[in-house]
Design a protein around this ligand. Structure first.
Ligand code: HEM
Length: 288
């Protein structure tokens, strides 16, 4: 079976399109490197670009389960493994580029990973992704057994958390993007907690999912305000107030709100379309 095959061994146009889409960011980095479009420090730029995509792919893999339930689109599940393995491939390239940047000096690379906290946790995240990619096949899932396999694969949340912290620590100035990722991580954890509380069918009503959006945005704003308060002594009410207007541009909390509300709105539209077209509501309806 090839990655673009579905469970029945047929070519899946959806999987094929996603596979091509997953290769595009890496291909663009290679092309920009070849055409000297990566600036004065091309290797460092490439490390950043590939690192950024690694993080996005980890989050995309984590979003598959909620999106599948909210959009009532069971076929999405077959993309999870592909996106997860792609995240590992990207982080392997990220590490490879870092090694190249250190002139492949193995002693220095190991020393830096051991000494620099942000590299240590990045490396732990990489090891987790490697273990998940290695056990992602159907054969490995059978060999491990369903429960241990599920337990092992829950480590992806730890990998995501470590990756966000790695992003925070290495970002020297503008922290907006790390805060967006932290807010989205908060949303994913809130969703997971709610789904877990609903028992075996994991149904979370759509209205609850819609409420998660402002909750995640509020957590993002509070996190950002606390950070500026503790680190720089900035009055937290000023940061919170900045989140309520657009004077200093779109704040991370607003981005988190927009992304997570868009997902809830897409779920509501899909449920409405189903009702309008009279299609039968499946057992796991759009409200799951
Ligand atoms: C799953 C694991 C990892 C993820 C998700 C990840 C992600 C990222 C992200 C998002 C950035 C910042 C990109 C930007 O500023 O736009 C970054 C930077 C960086 N990462 Fe990683 N990373 C991971 C693991 C590693 C590992 C294992 C190493 C090396 C041992 C590493 C070395 C670096 C370096 C050197 C930078 C740039 C730092 C600088 O220029 O000051 N990362 N990474």
């Amino acid at each position: 079976m090839w990655p673009w095959h579905d469970d029945g061994g047929r070519v899946s146009p959806l999987k094929l399109c996603v596979l091509i889409a997953l290769a595009v960011p890496a291909a663009l980095v290679v092309w920009r490197y070849q055409t000297h479009a990566l600036g004065a420090e091309p290797l460092n730029r490439a490390i950043h670009d590939i690192g950024n995509w690694t993080l996005k792919l980890i989050f995309l893999a984590l979003a598959v389960t909620p999106a599948r339930r909210i959009l009532d689109w069971p076929q999405l599940l077959m993309l999870r493994r592909m996106v997860g393995v792609a995240a590992f491939a990207y982080v392997a390239v990220h590490l490879g580029l870092y090694a190249a940047d250190q002139a492949l000096d193995l002693g220095k690379i190991v020393g830096e990973i051991a000494l620099r906290f942000y590299l240590t946790i990045g490396f732990v995240a990489l090891v987790i992704l490697a273990a998940l990619a290695a056990t992602s096949t159907d054969g490995m899932a059978r060999r491990l057994g369903a429960r241990p396999w599920r337990r092992l694969h829950r480590l992806v949340y730890l990998a995501a958390l470590l990756a966000v912290v790695h992003f925070f620590i290495q970002t020297k100035a503008a922290l907006d993007e790390p805060w967006v990722m932290a807010g989205l991580f908060g949303w994913l954890m809130l969703y997971r907690g709610l789904a877990w509380r609903r028992g075996s069918d994991r149904r979370v009503p759509l209205w609850t999912i819609a409420l998660l959006a402002p909750a995640a945005a509020a957590l993002t704003a509070l996190g950002e305000a606390s950070y500026f308060w503790i680190k720089l002594g900035v009055d937290p009410t000023r940061v919170l107030a900045a989140n309520l207007g657009l004077d200093v541009g779109l704040r991370p909390a607003a981005v988190v709100l927009a992304i997570t509300l868009a997902l809830s709105a897409a779920g509501a539209l899909r449920a409405a379309a189903r009702r309008h077209l009279g299609s039968p509501q499946p057992a796991r309806s759009a409200a799951t």
